[in-house]
Design a binder for this molecule. Structure first.
Ligand code: AGP
Length: 403
């Protein structure tokens, strides 16, 4: 429905009117969703079902958008290299988990191309005086397509002449109808209030978008494209291998269900998944969880650490491993228990933590894909142990349609 409409639903169909009683003729739209998608399918919670759907969601999101290790979005975005050269800035605008997905995208895009990017929370973007104009590509990311702040931010950017693009899971949602161009995340309906599979679909689409833009700008080295696309194609199998170790993650979570809160740390590409892991915990377990870039710890938050505040450290085996390890050592010196999310085969990590969640190796840029799933499970099992209402946490709505 559009704004200011009334619908009368009967066995014969649905008739739309405006508030003066005038009939509105509307075109029907086919949604590729089935009734079975809205059942729990044997899982105790929708959230767990949706976590388990993620290998398929990534595979489905890639379908038709990659071939022969190359990305092609030309059937969805009719953009020319000339047009793209006019966009000097890229703004990513979103709320909550969708915002963290844009932070992942921005970091990946910095690695693969040469972009001037800013990521903004929609409720800030719309009220600050950020320069927006025809030289701006503004990308709005919203699972529901109905988030009030994101929608208003899109209206503002459109009015200021920016080129606007929406990434949404709901075809025909308000933002999808209003913004000229869109990319759909085909994750299917997400019922659990805590977003899981839609985050995974968003980071998949946004990674492809980054590669595609970079390619059209002639900035993308073919080897990088092939390497990343090949690694993306492997992500579903890697996510499935993490799900095979669900029991181990559950066991780690059980050890910490009585903690008073959690501190998450990560550097570079490990920072956005740390934010998302902390948000999942807050939402469904009602425990305070805070995520920081690991290097910022010394600038204040380290004062919080003691034996009752576990630190979840995202420490992939990459160039920043030693730096993050030194932050782990600082935390250990304050008696904080460490839960490490580390790369399989990291034989040194055992010196720092007895609670290690191993993730499969992937290309460094794609670490967020495999880091987030164990953190979703970690939050889920802590919330379950604490008897929380996982699918409908208190004070939260699936879609925030008011300011
Ligand atoms: C995620 O777990 C939250 N429920 C919330 O942060 C959500 O991501 C945010 O409200 C944005 O929603 P949207 O993607 O539908 O715009």
């Amino acid at each position: 429905m559009d704004d200011d409409e009334i619908a009368m639903i009967s066995k014969e169909g649905c008739i739309f009117y405006d508030f003066d009683g005038n009939r509105h003729e509307k075109e029907s739209m086919h949604l590729d969703w089935e009734a079975a998608m809205t059942s729990r399918g044997g899982y105790p919670h929708f959230m767990l079902k949706e976590i388990h759907e993620q290998p398929d969601v990534v595979a489905h999101t890639l379908l038709g958008r990659v071939a022969s290790n190359s990305v092609d979005l030309s059937h969805e975005l009719a953009w020319t290299p000339e047009q793209i050269s006019g966009w000097k800035k890229i703004h990513f605008v979103a709320c909550g988990t969708s915002h963290y997905a844009t932070m992942v995208a921005a970091r990946i895009m910095e690695e693969v191309g040469n972009f001037e990017i800013r990521t903004e929370v929609a409720s800030e973007y719309r009220y600050r005086n950020i320069p927006i104009g025809p030289d701006t590509l503004a990308v709005f990311v919203s699972q529901s397509g109905e988030t009030a702040d994101t929608l208003h931010a899109a209206r503002l950017a459109k009015a200021k002449g920016a080129k606007c693009l929406v990434v949404t899971n709901v075809r025909g949602s308000t933002i999808h109808r209003e913004v000229e161009e869109g990319l759909i995340t085909p994750a299917g309906p997400e019922i659990g209030v805590a977003a899981t599979k839609t985050f995974m679909a968003q980071i998949t689409v946004l990674t492809l978008l980054g590669l595609y833009l970079s390619k059209l700008k002639n900035d993308l080295c073919p080897e990088t494209e092939q390497r990343i696309v090949a690694a993306l194609m492997d992500i579903p199998a890697k996510l499935a291998s993490i799900l095979d170790r669900e029991k181990e993650i559950e066991a780690v979570a059980r050890n910490f269900a009585d903690a008073r809160g959690f501190f998450f740390i990560g550097r570079g590409l490990a920072y956005p998944p740390a934010l998302e892991g902390a948000l999942k915990l807050k939402e469904i377990s009602y425990l305070h969880a805070e995520a920081y870039p690991a290097g910022e710890m010394k600038h204040g938050p380290i004062a919080l650490l003691d034996k009752d505040l576990p630190v979840v450290a995202l420490v992939p085996k990459n160039d920043l491993w030693e730096k993050t390890i030194s932050n782990i050592e600082e935390s250990m010196a304050r008696n904080s228990p460490i839960i490490a999310v580390a790369t399989e085969g990291d034989s040194d990590i055992g010196h720092y933590s007895k609670n290690v969640i191993f993730t499969p190796e992937t290309e460094p840029e794609l670490f967020p894909f495999i880091a987030v799933l164990p953190l979703q499970l970690f939050a889920y099992y802590i919330a379950r142990q604490r008897g929380c209402d996982i699918d409908m946490p208190r004070n939260l709505a699936k879609s925030v349609t008011v300011e």
